[in-house]
Design a protein around this ligand. Sequence first.
Ligand SMILES: [Mg+2]
Length: 181
Amino acid sequence: MKKVSFDFDGTLSNTDIQAYASRLIRRGFEVWICTCRMEDNKAPSPNWNYDLFEVAGELGIKRENIIFCNLSDKASFLANKDFIFHIDDDLTELSNLKDTDVIPVSVFGNKNWEQDCEKAIMLKINETKIQILFRFLDKNEILFDEWYIDDDSKAFDAIEEAMEYYAVKYHEDKCSQCKSQ
Ligand SMILES: [Mg+2]
């Protein structure tokens, strides 16, 4: 399994980073949250992590893929568990990862954080990018998307998966248009 880890506060709490995490999930990555926050039973109030669980729920990140470090060092939770990268806005947490198998990616003052994540992925796994163009027969627009595969024999499966994804999305859009009329 292709595993990646996201800090929450100042990282996955941002919508652009949530959108990237969502794209990674679609590409077949297992997205984890690794936060220095305290888990609910140790936190000062019962709703302490409400915002975090809300984002995790929207992205489809399972409860067992959320690590609460309870203020201790993240590197000890992430090392040697096959994580490709950990992205964070805390430079101390990132420098602690330098001697581990996890590639640290900073979002702190770094506009290129997404490219840095992609570089980490390229270093660790062998992925091929497929570019797909769709034209819906009743629409005058061309849709462009990129799909990723880790084995060339999966190319046709990826195209089928992409077609299914857009067919469902197209149907949902039509339904919502009908409802709003
Ligand atoms: Mg943070």
